[in-house]
Design a binder for this molecule. Structure first.
Ligand SMILES: [Zn+2]
Length: 119
C-alpha cells in the first residue's frame, strides 16, 4: 500500500520570488495574509501543496487594536457603540441591531462606501 500520495510540486513559471518593495505578503491577489512559504500564506501554501492551485479565501483583515469582537464580528469601538445604542433604544439584541442596520442600509439604497473618510 502506498502511503498518502505526494502531489508533484508545481513548477513556478513566475520567477519573481518576492516583491522587494512590499512587506512579505501572500502573492495571491487580494489575499493579503503574511507570507508563510514560497510566497504564499499558510492557507494558500497548503492549497498549492494539496491541489496544485490556489483558490480565493476569505479576505484577510489584520487584527487591529482598535477593534473588538462583537456579536461574532470584529468591529471598531465607534461602530459597537452605535449598534449598542440602537439595540438599547429598540430593546433588541446586538445581533438583531446589526441585522436592523443592514436591512435599513440595503432598503434605503445607500451607495457604497457609506463614508469616504475613515476615523
Ligand atoms: Zn494567501
Amino acid at each position: 500500500m502506498s502511503r498518502k500520495a505526494r502531489p508533484s510540486t508545481p513548477k513556478s513559471t513566475n520567477v519573481d520570488e518576492h516583491i522587494p518593495s512590499l512587506a512579505k505578503v501572500c502573492k495571491v491577489k487580494e489575499c493579503g495574509r503574511p507570507e508563510y512559504a514560497r510566497g504564499y500564506c499558510q492557507t494558500h501554501h497548503r492549497q498549492v501543496l494539496n491541489t496544485g492551485k490556489v483558490s480565493a479565501i476569505r479576505p484577510y483583515r489584520a487584527r487591529d487594536a482598535g477593534t473588538e469582537k462583537f456579536a461574532g464580528l470584529r468591529l471598531n469601538k465607534r461602530t459597537i457603540e452605535a449598534v449598542r445604542a440602537i439595540a438599547k433604544e429598540k430593546g433588541i439584541s446586538d445581533s438583531a441591531a446589526i441585522a436592523f442596520v443592514l436591512e435599513e442600509w440595503s432598503a434605503n439604497g445607500h451607495p457604497w462606501p457609506l463614508s469616504k473618510s475613515r476615523g
